[in-house]
Structure formats: C-alpha cells, structure tokens
Design a protein. Sequence first.
Length: 135
Amino acid sequence: MNIKKCFLAFVAVFLVGFTLNFVIHGVLLQGDYSQLPNLLRTEQDAQGYFPFMILANLLFSLALVWIYAQGVSDKPWLGQGVRFGLAVWLLTAVPTYLTYYAVQPWPGLVIAKSIAFDLARVVVIGVVAAAVYRK
C-alpha cells in the first residue's frame, strides 16, 4: 500500500465528499427537509452536532480509501472508480435509506431523491479515489 497515495486520496475524497454532502443535504434536499420539522433537528440545534458530521465524513473517507487501496488492480482507473463507487453505494446508502424508510415516517420521494443523489456522490468519490490512487 502506497501511504502517500492513500493520504492524498483520503484528503481528496474527504473534501469532495464533504462538499457534495453539503450540496445534496444543505441545498438540493433543503426544501424537502423543511417540510419535515418533526423528523429533523432545528438548524440552530444541528449546529451543535456539526463536529459529528465532520467525524462521520472523515471516517467514511478513511474507510473508503483503505478498502479501495486493498483492491486496486491494473485495470483502467476510471472503470475501477465507477464500479467501486457503485459497490459502496449498494453497501452503504441504499440499505441505510431503505432502513430509514422502514422505521421512520420519511416520504418515499425524499428517500428516492436521497438514494439517487447519493449514487452520484459515491460514484464521484469512487472516481476521485481511483484517479488519485491510479498506477
């Protein structure tokens, strides 16, 4: 494992992933979230938990790059990044949002949008990891 590439990929994945999370949840889904005040913290209350969002994104980025580095092969990096992003999406976002839908009163459209937006996010960061880590 190339530590320098892993570190650079980790930083890139964190920055891109954190930014995309903000765009998805802070911009694209904000209108949907505003219709669900009983399910979510107020914006003021949520600010006190912001360090947990940073920690969650750091841990996700670290794990994603660590797993990617273990399985990188000599195949074209772009295809590897897309396939890896799809696998991560199926492993993380899809089951998580479907579980949310099953146990909380989330509207189906919000869940569908979340799953779709997360597909784009995770494929992009899979490609970012592959681009930085390519041989």
